[in-house]
Design a protein around this ligand. Sequence first.
Ligand code: MN
Length: 274
Amino acid sequence: MTNGQRRERRLTTGSALLLAATFIGAPGRAAPQPAPQDARADPALIEELVAANRILGQQGIFDGFGHVSVRHGRDPNRFLLSRSLAPELVTADDIVEFDLESRALNAAGRTLYLERFIHGAIYRARPDVSAVVHSHSPALVPFSVSSVPLRPVSHTAGFIVDGVPVFDIRKASGITDMLVSDADRARRLAGTLGPQPAALMRGHGVVVVGASLPIAVGRSIYLEMNARHQSQAIALGGTITYLDPQEARRVMAAGENGGYQRAWELWKRNVAAK
Ligand code: MN
């Protein structure tokens, strides 16, 4: 199938869903609004987002849960995120557009992630961010509940030189179901994140951001690895020599692991071959 045919098929499916949603009337939901013709997301960006979903699954950052979004390449006030689906099952047809209030613009009745508000709140607060990952990254969760701070053990985690803040939803919003499932909780999470590349979420997981999908995905993978290494170093006993802040700043000045481009090409090929 050519790209043109694929696009045409996607458009046909989209129109059919739109028509179906109009007839069903979906009470309580805003009418789905298709993106203006000139602002349609680049199919290549959608493919990168699909790859990011699968890479984070294959790398053990996502399980059935977790989500990754990218800022819309042609409209900075929108972002792209899958409908509610296990990340490794995501295809281009599952990608939905959202505004920065995390309102879906073309959901056509599809179920959405409860924690989609995380993405809109961070894009609003951080014009420098073009990709957001939310996961329950297993080795990071202990650092979200411990008084031991997550610190860079190896050079690949130099990006956390200024620390990883911990968002405690109980301090921010009282007793909840722990989910960042509304705009207010998400705004508070974005406030805790501040200018940092990541924030731990107490008893839950993490948000990791970056200026591109490869950076947010690469940071997610190497932050998980750093947490494993740090836990292992702590388990060995003795004293730990962490990365010196000046060393970490040099890592960043040198381009932060090459923007993860070399690894990104490998990760993409590995998920494409599946
Ligand atoms: Mn979550």
